[in-house]
Design a protein around this ligand. Structure first.
Ligand code: NDP
Length: 291
């Protein structure tokens, strides 16, 4: 079994971007990070994004509206950032408070600055195989992990567990694209799928994104399969100071015994998501200048 080391691959991407930024003339690319309220997970994600931007040499502008911000006020803030020529990319950290329609917010971000890839236009461009679009960071990170680990999806059966707009649907669309490295046969499973194990056992590449701790067990995996674990779940662990540990959607101890390659949690897909956000910001900057 080979461990797919997301930390190492993400560090390589960060180093590449750092070199690219160092070679730029003029102002560096700028990402606006909007975090509504003080959700602890969001605070740590935005901090990590800010630190990675700094390491690469990108400028970040962190905006922290209170949890009471109305949808209209948030729209007004996004309109300002959309119109600001010194901002190249905009990220609105999810989850947003319940009184705000998250999808409406994703739509409000200008498609040209939508480095998170959740705007309708950018999701559409994935379907149309239009390379000018921004691919959502987690699925883009998974494709990069596979490519840099020497996994070519051509002709392979990829089974995706989960159909969210953030992971499941876009990764399925990317894997099925008629493009080098992709070109797979794809099956998407969800909570209404009948006899799930009989489908997952057919997977040459199994991508688990359901948010259920250690759901995928060895009996659901074909020996020699490549397993990508997207899940980030907190499970109670009294031996840890925090009282919990992080685990994926895959039961790593048993599945790693039969997989040919597998991502760990943490240290697999997670670090790639941040690296791809930075890569998208660089792309937005370059595309804005090419117009
Ligand atoms: P969602 O909750 O939005 O979607 C979960 C999907 O899994 C749904 O399609 C749901 O089906 C399906 N599902 C849930 N339970 C089952 C089941 N028992 N059998 C089959 N299908 C099931 O999750 P996300 O896609 O946003 O996230 C998935 C996981 O990935 C989470 O643990 C999240 O924390 C993690 N994540 C990690 C990221 C990273 O950077 N590494 C980034 C984003 C997410 P249905 O549609 O029928 O409800």
């Amino acid at each position: 079994m080979e461990l797919i080391d997301g930390n190492q691959i993400a560090a390589a991407i960060v180093a590449e971007l750092k070199a690219e930024v160092a070679a730029l003339a003029g102002r560096p690319p700028c990402i606006a990070l909007v975090r509504v309220g003080n959700d602890p997970a969001s605070m740590s994600y935005v901090k990590k994004k800010e630190m990675t931007a700094k390491e690469i040499g990108l400028t970040s502008r962190v905006i922290l509206p209170p949890v009471t911000i109305t949808q209209d006020e948030l729209f007004a803030l996004l309109d300002e950032l959309n119109a600001d020529p010194t901002v190249d990319g905009i990220l609105v950290q999810s989850p947003l408070p319940k009184h705000i329609d998250e999808v409406a917010v994703f739509r409000r971000v200008s498609p040209d600055k939508d480095v998170d890839g959740f705007n309708t236009v950018n999701l559409g461009k994935v379907a149309q195989e239009d390379a000018t679009g921004f691919v959502a960071c987690t699925p883009a990170g998974i494709m990069e992990l596979l490519a840099r680990s020497g996994v070519n999806l051509k002709g392979k059966h990829v089974v995706v567990l989960g159909r969210s707009l953030i992971v499941g649907k876009p990764i399925a669309l990317l894997a099925v694209q008629k493009q080098p490295g992709a070109n797979a046969t794809v099956t998407i499973c969800h909570s209404a799928t009948a006899d799930l194990p009989s489908i997952t056992r057919q997977a040459d590449v199994l991508i688990a994104a359901i948010g259920r701790a250690e759901f995928v067990t060895a009996d659901m995996v074909k020996p020699g399969a490549v397993v990508i674990d997207v899940g980030i779940n907190r499970v109670a662990d009294p031996t840890k100071k925090s009282g919990y540990r992080l685990t994926g959607d895959v039961h790593f101890p048993t599945v790693s015994m039969l997989a040919s390659k597998i991502t760990p949690v943490p240290g697999g897909v997670g670090p790639m998501t941040v690296a791809m956000l930075m890569k998208n910001t660089m792309k937005a900057y370059r595309q804005a200048r090419a117009h």
